[in-house]
Write a protein that binds this ligand. Structure first.
Ligand code: DCP
Ligand code: MG
Ligand code: MN
Length: 341
């Protein structure tokens, strides 16, 4: 027993054993007793080998390894991985899967990969998994980021950011967007749409990134910045994601600062107020009317080819005024914004 560490490191089949062990773990967890036992048997048998087992034939020759397992051993030896381990189908209602997907920015692929790797709890992930910096933060603040934010608290965060903006530049305008602007009693995060009359994206971003954000960190309000993943090139530099906490509170809230050039303010208000389903339907409506709506503006004279692909960008009809965009589309703003906010 004492020598286990050294004898193990000399075993030429270590990599194979590791993979089979993960599979055994997985089958054990989903309650497949028969497979768990056959994997464990094969592992025990392989641990006793002093030669590297690379082929199916070699593996079948070992007592304790059946035909099916022998193929797996060969697969691992040949490809250095086990397909079954990577494509292990996870039950979408698996409580551990749902637990992992509760981590900020963790979706089905990452969560199921962690499960296939044998992780079973948040503690497992904290101590053993390979985590990105964002995932680490998400894990450390699991409950905070999952809990809903009362509307009044969203407003309190917004007030702090608004004050810091005014101190940096009296002309900056800030609107609370997202679910809060749709009238929700509580929100998943804090979405703040920030613009300034006549200003470009570059000018607004500079004020925020160089002055306002550093100040808010210094004040102890901002806690951390979160790298944007997979952000499209068009979005680059127009968003800041992070976490904030009210003075005297330990609770971290997710906060998004959205930098918007003055000319696109109306289109951005529509987009960042949402929700995503509303956005999809209003864009569809625009395209039915031979127009195009995105977060930058409403465009007309769109030419499309035979496969409905766009040939021209079109002419900007309106970007600045939210009300005017609704009007051109033939919609009434009151239906979208509660209390005409
Ligand atoms: N949005 C979208 N499509 C996406 C993501 C976002 O159209 N895939 C738009 C609509 C959303 C807005 O951005 O309303 C803000 O995104 P959030 O993820 O913050 O969503 P909500 O604020 O609507 O809801 P929550 O309370 O969960 O934050
Ligand atoms: Mg939101
Ligand atoms: Mn958001």
């Amino acid at each position: 027993r004492k020598n286990e560490g050294t004898s193990k490191s000399k075993n030429p089949n270590l990599r194979t054993i590791e993979m089979l062990d993960k599979m055994a773990h997985y089958y054990d967890r989903i309650g497949d007793r028969w497979r768990t036992i056959s994997y464990r048997k094969a592992i025990t048998a392989l641990k006793r080998q002093t030669d590297y087992i690379a082929t199916r034939e070699q593996a079948i020759g070992i007592p304790g390894i059946g035909e099916r397992l022998a193929s797996k051993v060969e697969e691992i030896a040949c490809t250095n991985k086990l397909r079954r381990l990577e494509s292990t189908v996870t039950d979408p209602n698996d409580p551990i899967l749902l637990l992992f997907m509760g981590i900020y920015q963790v979706g089905l692929p990452t969560a199921s990969r962690w499960i296939a790797q044998g992780h079973q709890s948040l503690e497992d992930l904290k101590s053993k998994a390979d985590l990105t910096p964002n995932q680490r933060i998400g894990l450390d603040h699991y409950d905070d980021f999952l809990s809903r934010i009362p509307r009044s608290e969203v407003m309190a965060h917004a007030d702090i950011v608004r004050r810091a903006c005014s101190n940096a530049d009296a002309q900056i305008q800030l609107v609370v967007g997202g679910s809060c602007r749709r009238g929700s009693a509580d929100c998943g995060d804090i979405d703040l749409i920030i613009t300034k009359e006549s200003a470009s994206l570059e000018q607004i971003r500079t004020i925020l990134v160089d002055t306002v954000i550093p100040q808010l960190f210094q004040d102890g309000f901002l806690q951390v910045g979160l790298a944007t993943s997979r952000s499209r090139s068009t979005d680059r530099g127009s968003k800041w994601h992070g976490a904030s906490a009210l003075p005297g509170s330990q609770v971290w809230r997710r906060i998004d600062l959205l930098f918007v050039p003055w000319d696109e303010f109306g289109a951005a208000l529509i987009y960042f107020t949402g929700n995503d389903i509303f956005n999809r339907s209003i864009r569809l409506l625009a395209s039915r009317k031979k127009m195009r709506l995105n977060q930058h503006g409403l465009y007309g004279d769109i030419m499309r080819g035979e496969k409905r692909e766009r040939i021209t960008q079109g002419r900007l009809l309106e970007g600045r005024s939210e009300e005017r965009i609704f009007e051109i589309l033939g919609l009434q703003t009151q239906h979208h914004l509660p209390g005409g906010a």
